[in-house]
Design a binder for this molecule. Structure first.
Ligand code: BEZ
Ligand code: FE
Length: 288
């Protein structure tokens, strides 16, 4: 078909995608085309604006590598990652909710021993001990589950952003015992700005948005027969909880860290002096 009118264009393009053999791909592509065309019509997009958008996406791709994932950051900033999480995660009553993975996950982080600290640099930081159990939907212990954690250091940067930190600082995975119990040791997380030195930072500035995430630590909990849980634990005292730049806060994931100054408790958990403490169970859903 030639000389299409603006009104005809969308139907013609949709028709060309009508024979895609994979039905899911067909559904996704046809919906994407409908919405993209509607967007172009809605804002009467100019050619200069479309080119600026393409250049923005090109820079977003070009700045990305295995340590910097600007594409994920963009998806997070547009609320798309959080929305995909919402529409795809079905959380049975009582199970721990999931949230976004974010761009700072590193596969194959090191194993940590029971109660070993993930803080690999020197310093007199007050430790944070997190203990609890990994449970199934009926409250049954999940033996041998793995709990992988990562978080920023006190300067608000992840190890992979900051050459001054030892590799794998503040990340690693723990194994729960046969009764589902786990004990991990870290430091209290801080709020931090997401990277603003790339295209996503340009977008934040152009739209007068702040770049902060509320203090949190990330956790991925896995066990055979259960759904992988990708989640966060947020600090209840943080000031950015209601305006997370990536829209990923869920109330059920907010936790109060308490300062424990009891010598008896320190002896029980094998630590010295006062420490922040959190009792936290992760409740997994069965896999289908
Ligand atoms: C994070 O929490 O690591 C994160 C998530 C989304 C965007 C940027 C950072
Ligand atoms: Fe984070």
């Amino acid at each position: 078909m030639r000389n299409m009118t603006e009104a005809e264009m969308t139907d013609v393009v949709l028709q060309r995608y009508a024979d895609a053999p994979d039905p899911r791909l067909r559904t996704i592509m046809r919906s994407l085309i409908r919405h993209l065309h509607a967007f172009v019509r809605d804002v009467r997009l100019t050619e200069a604006e479309w080119l600026a958008g393409i250049e923005f996406l090109t820079r977003t791709g070009q700045i990305s590598d295995n340590k910097r994932q600007e594409m994920i950051l963009l998806s997070d900033n547009l609320g798309v990652s959080a929305l995909v999480n919402m529409v795809s995660a079905s959380v049975p009553e009582g199970a721990t909710e999931s949230t976004v993975l974010g761009p700072f996950y590193v596969p194959e982080s090191p194993a940590r021993e029971w109660g070993e600290s993930v803080l690999l640099r020197d310093g007199d930081d007050v430790p944070l001990l997190i203990h609890g159990r990994v449970l199934g939907p009926q409250g049954e212990p999940v033996p041998g589950a793995t709990i992988e954690i990562w978080q920023t250091d006190a300067n608000g940067m992840y190890d992979i952003q900051d050459k001054a930190q030892p590799e794998h600082n503040l990340r690693g995975w723990y194994r729960a015992r046969q009764n589902g119990e786990y004990l991990l040791k870290t430091i209290r997380p801080t709020s931090y700005p997401i990277p603003t030195d790339g295209p996503v930072g340009d977008l934040l500035r152009a739209t007068a948005r702040h770049p902060f995430r509320p203090a949190h630590l990330h956790a991925v909990v896995c066990a055979p027969g259960y759904q992988k849980l990708t989640t966060h634990l947020f600090d209840a005292e943080d000031t950015w909880l209601d305006s997370d730049v990536v829209f990923a806060v869920k109330s059920s994931l907010i936790r109060q860290f308490t300062l424990n100054e009891s010598a008896e408790a320190a002896a029980k958990w094998g630590t010295r002096g006062a420490f922040w403490e959190l009792a936290n169970d992760f409740v997994l859903s069965k896999s289908e």
